[in-house]
Design a protein around this ligand. Structure first.
Ligand SMILES: O=C(O)CCC(=O)C(=O)O
Ligand SMILES: [Fe+2]
Length: 356
């Protein structure tokens, strides 16, 4: 009881600094506060560097790229996309813009600190700070681009134009990739787009400061993403790991300059009726001397009215393979995701109809 009261007080104190993990690092700490201690971290297995997640070259002839994307979504739930058309300078500018926001003086960035992510722009440390057993070594800026358009003047000037441009660039790549995903699934080319899967877009700009005790905490605990597809760009520091479906090993996602990391979310697993799998991933606490930045864009259906439900595509249901999930109502689904601790697959379970 006393311990949990202490923890609650410590969490509130940390929250009230509105300066995130970056604020702790700037204060010169040499050990991490107890709220960041993950008790069973020593039990978690280290990652291997081989095999690595698939690489898909978008400049290959389309049928070949479609086959590669299909195999990657089926066997890994993850791939790195190269030659996708977004220039290196756009990527660098975007990463720098996110870094610059997180490195603004605490008094300036703290003005944006809020957990109300439904506004245009928010900044916080650990989305699930008050739900999880232990906090992780990470701060985040978050923006919703669609279906509600952001109020541009509420986005800090230091990252505004870069993030708006990034959203547009990623959306174009996602349009192409979603078409190829549909082709791989054997459904109409625009099926996902017609389901408004390009129209729900949120963006997280994560900042992982160097951690003085990286063996005691995580950067981001293992989880699956709730939406359709995630497109992520990372700097050269590394730390992202994916759980291999084949042997359950954690595998490093080695940073490749200019690449986008693409992964299947829980909703695509549902819609594809288990053809494609959303796969667990995590980020280790940053043991390098430099801070790490990654920017994820999360695509999900933008149509979220009472009658808009999303379940296994009728083309993928047969007598041999009946529907494995019931229908999802987006508002309920997203609210459930936002109001609990980060974990894996919990979004899928309530909708599962049959045991695999
Ligand atoms: O920072 C990363 O590399 C991964 C971030 C991530 O998995 C997420 O935001 O869902
Ligand atoms: Fe993720």
């Amino acid at each position: 009881m006393a311990a949990s009261t202490d923890r609650t007080t410590a969490l509130k104190e940390f929250e009230e600094t509105k300066a995130g993990v970056k604020g702790l690092v700037d204060s010169g700490i040499t050990s991490i506060p107890a709220i960041f201690h993950h008790p069973n971290i020593h039990l978690s297995t280290p990652a291997v560097t081989q095999p690595s997640i698939p690489i898909v070259d978008l400049s290959l002839p389309r049928p070949i790229a479609v086959d590669l994307i299909h195999a990657a979504c089926r066997d890994w739930g993850f791939f790195q996309l190269i030659n996708h058309g977004i220039t290196l300078s756009t990527i660098d500018n975007t990463i720098s813009a996110v870094r610059s926001f997180h490195e603004l003086p605490a008094a300036v960035r703290s003005q944006y600190y809020t957990r109300a992510i439904l506004g245009s722009f928010s900044y916080f440390s650990n989305q699930d700070l008050f739900y999880s057993e232990a906090a992780s070594w990470r701060d985040t800026l978050y923006l919703i681009f669609s279906p509600v358009r952001p109020e541009l003047d509420r986005i800090p000037e230091i990252c505004r134009s870069a993030l708006v441009k990034w959203d547009e660039s990623v959306k174009e790549v996602a349009r192409e990739v979603m078409g190829m995903v549909c082709e791989g699934l054997g459904v109409g080319l625009r099926r996902l787009e017609e389901l408004s899967c390009l129209e729900g877009r949120g963006m997280a700009g994560h900042y992982y400061p160097p951690c003085p005790e990286p063996d005691r905490t995580f950067g981001l605990v293992d989880h699956t993403d709730p939406g359709i597809l995630t497109f992520l760009v990372q700097d050269s520091v590394g730390g992202l790991q994916v759980k291999s479906m084949r042997d359950e090993c954690w595998v490093d996602v080695k940073p490749i300059t200019g690449a986008l990391v693409v992964n299947v979310g829980d909703l695509l697993q549902i819609i594809s009726n288990d053809e494609y799998k959303s796969v667990q991933h995590r980020v280790m606490a940053n043991s390098s001397e430099e801070s790490r930045v990654s920017i994820g864009t999360f695509f999900s259906p933008g149509k979220r009215g009472e009658s808009d439900t999303y379940g296994p595509l009728s083309e993928l249901i047969s007598i041999e393979k009946p529907a494995r999930y019931g229908n999802v109502k987006m508002i309920e689904y997203l609210n459930a995701f936002l109001n609990r601790k980060i974990k894996s697959k919990s979004q899928l379970d309530p909708y599962r109809l049959l045991e695999k």
